[in-house]
Write a protein that binds this ligand. Sequence first.
Ligand code: NAD
Length: 455
Amino acid sequence: MGKVHLQDNDTTEKKTEFSLVRAKDTWRRKLGKNVNKDTVDCVSAAKIYEVVTVKDTTWTVVCPIVFTYKVTETQDLLDPNNDTLLLGHISDPQQLEEIKKSNKSLQRFIVVDQEVYKIYGPKLTEYLETNNVLYKILALPTTEENKSMDMVLKILEEINNFPLDRRTDPIIAIGGGVCLDIVGLAASLYRRRTPYIRIPTTLLSYIDASVGAKTGVNFANCKNKLGAYIPPTAAFLDLSFLQTLSRRHISNGLAEMLKMALVKHRGLFELLEKHGRMLLDTKFQAHNSGYGQNLLQTASQATHIAITTMLEELAPNLWEDDLNRLVDFGHLISPALEMKVLPSLLHGEAVNIDMSYMVYVSKERGLLSEEEKQRIIRCMVGMELPVWNKECTMELIQASLQDRLKHSGGLVRMPLPVGLGQAEIFNNTSYEILHSAYEKWCDELNVSSGSNCDP
Ligand code: NAD
């Protein structure tokens, strides 16, 4: 393709589309959309569009990038005979075969939440030793207060001292959402993008933080202000980790599960309404619970629905380009509330307080009946979730919605339940509605000031 010459007085643009083809190790532009594939080694999905005017030339590169990641619910992840932790992320059967045949030790850099390490450290070490892995375990206090760039840098320094092959040795993160978010960000930064694997050990991270692409740390007193949209290579989910989790943290995770139920799945809501307490009491563990098969079925149904509904909403919008996101339900006011009262409210608890208020907004707008509102609040209380907090003031609500307007293209994009198990996004909730919902919410749910509601 020769250079395009334009006259000084010419105002037209010359637009040209190029495909990109590879022949004998060299990439070249080929004019047009259609390329004869028989004459080249490879045709890229990328395109270059060239626009020439009399003043300038612009090349626009369109490069579709595909992310592939697996989310696997499995059992006995730390059983030395189970190779999922080491090889479960590999999809190519030939590559898998080659690794299994070779006698070379695998190398793994593992970051574990310090508390999780106290409980599962010996099992993890035995697993790695038995499988002849060359490993480094970094146990860190990955708490919400420590969810910062300092922690990311600390991890990166250690990774840098480990002989890690970025192509073959995914970094492994084991812990709750905080640990997974921090390590995900460190991996996304190391050599611009190093594959990583998430092993969630809390209910919240099992059904939420493990399933999507987001990583992040807190910054400038804001939740997850620094981060990346880089999904893990794989997330391996084993419910047995939950047996050592505190009751409060099980309840905390149930809040995110309830979120998916309220916005997308009436069946999941009814399951939580009926069995939420049993799931909380048993920590999703069938053995020694006395509930046996029934519990096993309920627990796996609940996690299965929560994960699939979450994936349905996340997969088509991995980088959150579409700002109309139902999964933001419970996340309009909760980030500011969580940061304000840190560490007294857990993430899911703050989300639940936000959802509880929004349920009142829905009722006030005529989107929920009184009975539906009562059922939702009763379900929350049954799962021992807070439904009200004195720090969640009208000022905080207004400031959060203002902030949302600023960062969400000038629209508040408020997901609200419309009946049980479905929700829609609204941009036009008036101050009067917000305020009267707030007054009723306080009147009915502020137990300390003599609530007249008996959820
Ligand atoms: P967490 O990571 O702080 O873990 C909770 C507590 O449980 C910690 O004290 C931890 O030491 C302990 N713990 C973890 N597993 C345990 C186990 N099996 N047994 C005993 N103790 C255990 O909290 P979390 O609720 O898992 O995660 C909250 C974080 O997740 C927030 O920072 C939030 O921003 C983030 N998050 C991220 C996403 C995402 O898409 N990336 C989604 C939701 C939440």
